[in-house]
Design a protein around this ligand. Structure first.
Ligand code: FES
Length: 283
């Protein structure tokens, strides 16, 4: 580590001049060796936390859907766990299904596909699971120099389905709102409970995640040259709204994901009788 006035500092980028015709080409002073770097901050914090969060989320979801799929909702105003919502089996009155089947098995491929092909998620898994690289200015494992990164090619071409996953995600999202409204029916009366608010907040965060999506933004603004009059001004308004929140897409990604699991733990706890769900009913 180099020191200046008693303080550590990173070596500045050196201008090499480059080959003829490539003026301004810069060689980064990247030291070789997995995890080696001249960065002086705690650069490993973020990728380590992201890897832990995604790992726990995947293991928890697998266990909950396959092994611990009891108590996915509680009566009498039927609050359904976000992992199993929309509860399509209940929604479409499907009763003649195998005993081991649940709604999450039928619909989870959509949120998984949507999140898995998300532009922000690509950055996350390249940094956490592939170490390609773990962070800016940090050397990657030797094997990754052989594999390299060639963009959305080979198996990664699957990412191009993201816009189609968006359309499916919008359908799933609207069905989630149906589940929220369902929690407001109490034996013929209307009302709401803490469970209603939790599901509504989860749906709101998911809405913001969808609205701030790059593909959603392109859907409303990508094919238009101008927003002037009629339906195009509405498209322009949506585009600007989406653009504003697109800058915080990572925030919506993580908060909406966390709320799925917090909501599930709440529903599980109420269904198992560990806590109660205070409600307000209008008579
Ligand atoms: Fe992240 Fe579409 S959901 S870019």
């Amino acid at each position: 580590m180099q020191m200046q006035n008693g303080q550590p500092y990173a070596v500045p980028i050196q201008e090499t001049g480059g080959a003829p015709g490539m003026r301004g080409y810069q060689r980064l002073p990247l030291v070789k060796g997995f995890g080696k770097t001249q960065r002086i901050d705690n650069w490993w914090n973020q990728p380590a936390m992201m890897a832990a969060a995604l790992g726990i989320a995947m293991i928890y979801t697998g266990l909950r859907v396959i092994l611990l799929d009891g108590s996915i909702h509680y009566e009498n105003h039927r609050v359904t766990s976000p992992i199993f919502s929309p509860d399509v089996l209940h929604m479409f009155h499907i009763t003649n299904h195998p005993g081991w089947m649940n709604s999450a098995m039928l619909i989870l491929w959509i949120p998984f596909g949507f999140r898995g092909t998300c532009y922000y998620m690509r950055k996350v898994y390249h940094r956490t699971f592939f170490q390609n690289p773990t962070a800016c200015m940090v050397a990657k494992p030797g094997i990754n120099h052989g594999v390299g990164y060639s963009g959305e090619r080979g198996v990664f071409i699957i990412n191009n389905i993201h816009r189609y996953m968006l359309y499916l995600a919008v359908i799933i999202l609207s069905m989630k709102y149906y589940d929220v409204i369902h929690t407001m029916r109490f034996d013929g009366s209307w009302g709401f409970s803490l469970g209603t608010l939790i599901l509504a907040f989860e749906s709101f965060l998911l809405t913001m995640y969808v609205v701030s999506c790059h593909a959603f933004r392109h859907l409303f603004g990508g094919s238009l040259d101008q927003w002037r009059g009629g339906i195009s001004s509405v498209a322009g308004w949506v585009f600007r709204f989406s653009s504003r929140h697109n800058a915080s897409h990572n925030l919506w990604f993580w908060t909406s994901l966390a709320m799925v699991f917090l909501g599930d733990i709440f529903v599980l706890s109420v269904a198992e009788g560990l806590i109660s769900d205070p409600s307000f009913i209008m008579r």
